[in-house]
Design a protein around this ligand. Structure first.
Ligand code: KG4
Ligand code: ZN
Length: 367
């Protein structure tokens, strides 16, 4: 293969099945466009290889400097952690270790390139599970060092924002961005690529966490956001009245909502909760959507930024998408964690030359 290391073959691994998010299959058929993205037969290629291992997705992607996603491979460990009702950090790290190399290999194959065709690497440095991050960071350092390529460390949250810069119609700053994921809920004023000002955040649970905790109370699987979304489509969102926390400024709070659901479930009892599950899911979801949209509109008023965008796993939610018709959302397969967004963010940051990145460390939380 001419690579400085050997890649193991991708096997059928329980709980770590490689999946191709929607859109990738379509892209792999566009060989001509890929040739173009690689700089044509004569031009010098400018391709970024992204690696993401901050939580329970092992992901790798190849993105052109122009923002075309040539491949995006995401291996979700969700099934592996489901029995514990949440991500077990040590199990996540070990699975990343097994999967990171085959996932990178698959991303290169699907992009119809080799490691030699990559001009720089990008990897998530934080925030996230520190053991999980270290697997991706070490793998990226090793690959970059062995091939003397530059490396770009990426902040995971900036990566989510950069999911908006991909594809045919990338969003251009300035805009107001709601980032709602399993670990974070942030309102950001994005004034230029790679830089944003934090306007508000959650005081307790993140929006995705509220979905996941609510799902658990309703006896649904982990992660529960997508499952609540699915059930809610057949429920009555006015069936129950759940509170939206009144928090001053542009901050959020979701822990009271989760407690309100817990009390409601206790009050209804097991049988009635079972019978009203769809309405409970719809009403609970409606409260989260109301909280998110209200603060986003407040922020638009305060900053004067009228262009709105939503990123992160919760941006896949169909009710949120419907409630914010004028806002920009990343395509569904780029809402939850992926490496295309990490490679995308790297297009706007000066890479660290070989071998200065060897001293980089991962960070667990937002500074
Ligand atoms: O961005 P992400 O993949 O990972 C983090 O960076 O945290 O977000 C994962 C979160 C989970 O809490 C999951 O339940 C939520 O996104 N999520 C959804 C939907 N799809 C994923 N929440 C609501 N509706 C969805 N359709
Ligand atoms: Zn994320």
């Amino acid at each position: 293969m001419g690579e400085p290391w050997g890649f193991p073959t991708v096997g059928d691994r329980a709980g770590g099945r490689l999946s191709r998010p929607g859109g990738v299959a379509r892209l792999t058929e566009c060989v001509g466009r890929k040739e173009e993205a690689r700089g044509g037969t004569m031009g010098s290629p400018t391709l970024v290889l992204g690696i993401e291992t901050s939580c329970d997705e092992t992901a790798a992607a190849v993105v052109s400097q122009e923002g075309e996603v040539l491949s995006s491979v995401v291996s979700s460990q969700a099934a592996l952690h489901a029995r514990y009702g949440g991500v077990v950090p040590e199990i996540a790290s070990r699975r990343h270790l097994e999967l990171v190399t085959p996932v990178v290999r698959q991303a290169l194959e699907e992009a119809e390139t080799t490691f030699g065709g990559i001009s720089r690497l990008a990897v998530t440095q934080g925030p996230g599970l520190v053991g999980a991050l270290l697997v991706g960071l070490s793998a990226a350092k090793g690959m970059a060092w062995a091939s003397r390529k530059p490396l770009v460390p990426i902040d995971h949250l900036q990566g989510h924002v950069a999911s908006l810069y991909l594809g045919q119609e990338p969003l251009e700053p300035p805009f107001l961005c709601l980032l709602a994921s399993g670990g974070h809920t942030l309102l950001l004023a994005v004034r230029e690529h790679g830089r944003s000002e934090r306007l508000g955040t959650t005081l307790d649970d993140a929006a995705g966490e509220a979905f996941d905790k609510g799902a658990r109370l309703l006896g649904l699987g982990y992660p529960g956001g997508a499952e609540i979304d699915r059930l809610a489509q057949e429920g009555d969102r006015d069936g129950f009245s759940f509170p939206v926390a009144r928090v001053p400024g542009l901050d959020f709070s979701f822990s009271g909502l989760k407690t309100a659901l817990l009390y409601k479930i206790r009050e209804l009892g097991e049988d009635e909760t079972g019978r009203r599950k769809l309405d409970l899911a719809a009403s609970y979801q409606h409260a989260i959507v109301r909280a998110l949209t209200a603060k986003l509109h407040d922020a638009a008023e305060q900053t004067g930024l009228q262009r709105l965008a939503v990123v992160g796993g919760v941006s896949a939610n169909s009710a949120l998408r419907a409630a914010l018709e004028s806002a920009r959302f990343a395509p569904l397969h780029l809402c939850t964690d992926n490496a295309a967004m990490i490679a995308s963010a790297a297009r706007y940051i000066e890479p660290i030359p070989h071998p200065l990145y060897l001293g980089l460390d991962a960070y667990a939380s937002v500074a």
